[in-house]
Structure formats: structure tokens, C-alpha cells
Design a protein around this ligand. Structure first.
Ligand code: B12
Length: 211
């Protein structure tokens, strides 16, 4: 099996195949970043394109998501293994009404791999839950993800509630997800936005002043 089979396995939603190819790639010494960026993310882009063109439907997306998760589960411990120092604490979640978590989990795994302690609140996270967790954990950064144009505006609600709770400015806020832009992030008062997981780590470190 070759690594390009991972792309096909995710597009076709074949979990066992995705896991087997990923395990093979790891034992061949291929770096997790390369597997994620060059094959896994590209496969999700491809299935997304096919969905937009009406060639596949929601069940196909779910199968692909399952295969992607299975492959990411193999890589996650390896990403963690790179951690050599504690950098800071991050609370991350996908906002209320939104169930997309593949990108959010990738970002969370990258953070963990680069020394952050991560509290992953999952999907469909309410403002109350974000704020309660930030307050209790004394997190350095709160990260919100949204993949729907209908849910991205909820990020503003959370930031407004953060202000009411007296936490705005005390915790840095990062936002991301396919429909988010830097100007949207600025307009709602977020401290940072990046379009991908690698850049998210660089920005998170900048925001809290570590390199
Ligand atoms: C997989 C998928 C699903 C799966 C999700 C499974 C899962 N566990 O996540 C399922 C089938 C559940 C799903 C459901 C729906 N989906 Co959907 N889905 C997708 C799809 C194909 C891929 C998303 C994905 O995983 N991308 C791969 C990851 C790696 O990329 P990413 O999420 O963008 O994350 C990267 C960056 O954005 C960034 N990032 C992400 N989060 C964060 C956070 C921070 C803080 C930072 C800094 C960075 C960052 O870093 C990540 C890694 O590089 C997209 C199409 C697309 N092109 O995006 C549609 C898409 C997002 N879905 C869409 C729709 C319409 C829906 C449904 C409404 C469909 C329906 N009719 O039921 C439902 C909504 C359910 C809900 N309430 O959330 C639309 C949204 C349209 C819009 N403008 O709002 C899209 C764009 C497809 C389309 N073109 O129509 N979906």
C-alpha cells in the first residue's frame, strides 16, 4: 500500500484502509505533518468539492469523516510525543449549532504536539460552557471553530459574553474554520485568526509571547 491510498481511502470513506495505510506510513518513518497536510486534508478538500458539485451526499461526508478520524487517532500520540515543554493552556471548541470537528481536532492535536495543554470541549459548545471553562481553567487562549456561515456569528456572541464576564483581554481569543476571514475575526474583536493548524500554533505562541 502506498500513501496515496490514504487519500483514496478517506475520499471513499474506507476506515480500515485509512488506518492500515496510516500505520504503514508511520512505520516507514513518514512524518505525521506530511501525512496530514499532503494526504488527509487534501482528501477532505476533495470530498468537500464532490459534495458541492452534488456528486456525493451527507452519508459520504460522514464516512469520510470517520476514516479521517481513524487515521488521525493513529497520528495523535506521535504529535503528542513531540512535546518537550509546557507552553500554555488552550480551551477549544466548535460553536453552538455546529457539528464539524475535523479541523478543530486537527488544530487541537497540533497545539498538544507543540506543548500546549488543551481542553477540548467538543462540538455544539454554548457561550456559557466556553466562558465557565475559561474562568475555571485560567486558560491563556480560547479558540473557537465554525464551518457554517449560519454559526460563525455565534463567535461574536461568545466574545460579547466574555466582555460581560470581565474576561475579555485577560484571555486571548483565536477563531478559525473555512468561512472565517481575518477581517471577520477583527470585526468581532478576536485577537487572532489563521487558515490552518500549523499557522495556528505559530500565532498562539505569538499571542502569549513565547517562541
Ligand atoms: C465533513 C463535512 C461535514 C460532516 C462533518 C463531520 C465532522 N465530524 O466534522 C457532516 C456530514 C456532519 C456535515 C454536516 C453538515 N454540513 Co458539512 N461539510 C463537511 C466538509 C465536506 C468538510 C469539512 C472538513 O472537515 N474539512 C477539513 C478540515 C481539515 O478543514 P477545516 O474544518 O476548514 O479546518 C481547517 C481550517 O479551517 C482551520 N481551523 C478550523 N477550525 C479552527 C479553529 C481555530 C481557532 C483556528 C485558528 C483554525 C481553525 O484549521 C483546520 C486545519 O487546517 C465541508 C466542505 C468544505 N470544503 O469545508 C462541508 C460544509 C462545511 N458543510 C456544509 C453544510 C451545509 C453542512 C450541513 C448543513 C449539511 C446538511 N444539509 O445537513 C450539515 C450541518 C451540520 C451541523 N449542524 O454542523 C457546507 C457549509 C455551507 C455554509 N456556507 O455554511 C460546506 C461548506 C459544504 C458545502 N459547500 O455545501 N458536514
Amino acid at each position: 500500500m502506498e500513501l496515496k491510498d490514504l487519500f483514496e481511502a478517506i475520499v471513499d470513506g474506507k476506515l480500515e484502509m485509512a488506518v492500515a495505510v496510516t500505520k504503514g506510513a508511520v512505520s516507514d518513518g513518514i512524518q505525521p505533518d506530511e501525512i496530514i497536510t499532503d494526504y488527509m486534508i487534501k482528501a477532505m478538500e476533495e470530498i468537500g468539492k464532490q459534495f458541492e458539485e452534488g456528486r456525493v451526499f451527507v452519508p459520504n461526508l460522514l464516512m469520510s469523516a470517520r476514516a479521517m478520524k481513524g487515521a488521525l487517532d493513529i497520528l495523535r500520540p506521535l504529535l503528542r510525543g513531540r512535546q518537550d515543554m509546557y507552553v500554555g493552556k488552550i480551551v477549544i471548541g466548535t460553536v453552538k449549532g455546529d457539528l464539524h470537528d475535523i479541523g478543530k481536532n486537527l488544530v487541537a492535536s497540533m497545539f498538544e504536539g507543540c506543548g500546549f495543554e488543551v481542553i477540548n470541549l467538543g462540538v455544539d459548545v454554548s457561550s456559557d460552557k466556553f466562558i465557565k471553562t475559561v474562568a475555571e481553567s485560567h486558560a491563556d487562549i480560547m479558540c473557537m471553530s465554525a464551518l457554517l456561515t449560519t454559526t460563525m456569528n455565534y463567535m461574536k456572541v461568545v466574545i460579547e459574553d466574555l466582555k460581560k464576564a470581565g474576561l475579555y483581554g485577560k484571555v486571548k481569543v483565536m477563531v478559525g474554520g473555512a468561512p472565517i476571514t481575518a477581517s471577520f475575526a477583527r470585526s468581532i474583536g478576536a485577537d487572532g485568526y489563521t487558515s490552518n493548524a500549523n499557522a495556528a500554533v505559530v500565532m498562539a505562541k505569538q499571542l502569549i509571547g513565547v517562541n
